[in-house]
Design a protein around this ligand. Structure first.
Ligand code: C2E
Ligand code: CA
Ligand code: CA
Ligand code: CA
Length: 278
């Protein structure tokens, strides 16, 4: 019995070691990919439902591993976060997004671009100052660069988050609460956070046609956003009925596969921006 148990542990350790080894490999490969520019950014269009026009886009990072193919950010972002290396990647994504937004803005005014900011970066003053300086160096106008922060991130250390978010907004950057509804937010928390926008999590939006409680969640979040004077975005819009229902409920902006999947910047420029004047 003792031996069997010992073996089981041995096996367990070996598996764990292999998993950790793989993660370390992935981390090394990721660092190289960041260094050599093998990480790029795609954009998912956001559609203004009230004015029936393009609102802007969200920047989403992509990594194509030489052997393993496209690896989801849901796998490699947490690895970078745990290694304390998410700042570098985020500054790269922000650089790409700002370069592209400058090109778009020159062709069509009023567009915005959102960038995802990990929880831990709100506590990293050096990162915040670098990011603010980068945004300040391009002339896209106030509020056209949006930092998306998850609800859980903002609530983890409320005092610290409030200070960081204030600093970000003073620099003319808008703040959006991402994945809203999946965490612990209450109205009183939301009121205390210096934010501009709420993004309703796709798990509610995708199912709102068939699921009464999720529809109620979407409806009440839209009402809450209006009461607090915040812009409200629904993500995970996968069908026309869903889009119509969101419009009917007074949702400001929609994002999702029915509108467009995330696309490279060239495709965004070609298919979504107004034709260049000739
Ligand atoms: P997120 O910020 O919630 O981004 C939305 C995710 O939903 C994206 O997945 C997008 O491709 C996907 N999506 C969009 N519309 C639909 C739809 O209609 N239906 C469905 N089923 N999915 C839809 P993606 O690109 O794989 O990104 C996953 C997550 O990785 C993001 O979730 C975000 O948390 C994180 N992420 C992506 N890029 C970055 C980045 O540059 N920095 C950080 N820190 N995180 C990032
Ligand atoms: Ca997001
Ligand atoms: Ca989200
Ligand atoms: Ca998410």
């Amino acid at each position: 019995q003792a031996i069997a148990k010992g073996r089981r542990w041995a096996l367990h350790d070996e598996e764990a070691a292999r998993a950790i080894g793989q993660k370390q490999n992935l981390l090394v490969e990721l660092e190289q990919a960041i260094e050599f520019g093998n990480i790029w950014t795609v954009y998912q269009p956001k559609w203004n439902l009230r004015e029936d026009r393009l609102e802007g886009a969200e920047a989403l990072v992509r990594w194509e591993h030489p052997e393993r193919g496209i690896i989801s950010p849901e796998i490699f972002i947490p690895i970078l976060e745990k290694a304390g290396r998410i700042d570098e990647l985020t500054l790269n994504v922000l650089k790409n997004a700002l370069d592209d937004l400058s090109i778009w803005s020159a062709r069509q005014s009023g567009l915005s671009c959102s960038v995802n900011i990990s929880a831990q970066l709100l506590g990293n003053d050096a990162f915040i100052e670098k990011a603010i300086a980068m945004v300040g160096a391009v002339n896209t106008g106030d509020g056209h660069v949006i930092f998306e922060v998850t609800e859980t991130a903002a609530l983890a250390d409320l005092q610290r988050s409030i200070l960081a978010l204030k600093r970000i907004r003073e620099a003319g950057i808008s703040v959006s609460i991402d994945d809203y509804g999946t965490g612990q937010s209450t109205m009183s928390y939301l009121q205390r956070l210096p934010i501009d926008e709420i993004k309703i999590d796709q798990s509610f939006v995708k199912t709102m046609i068939a699921d009464d409680s999720n529809r109620l969640m979407v409806k009440s979040t839209i009402e809450l956003a209006k009461a607090l004077n915040l812009k409200v975005v629904a993500e995970g819009v996968e069908s026309q009925p869903c889009l119509d229902m969101l419009s009917g409920l007074g949702c400001d902006v929609g994002q999702g596969w029915h509108i467009s999947k995330p696309i490279p910047s060239e495709v965004f420029e070609r298919s979504w921006l107004k034709a260049a004047a000739t």
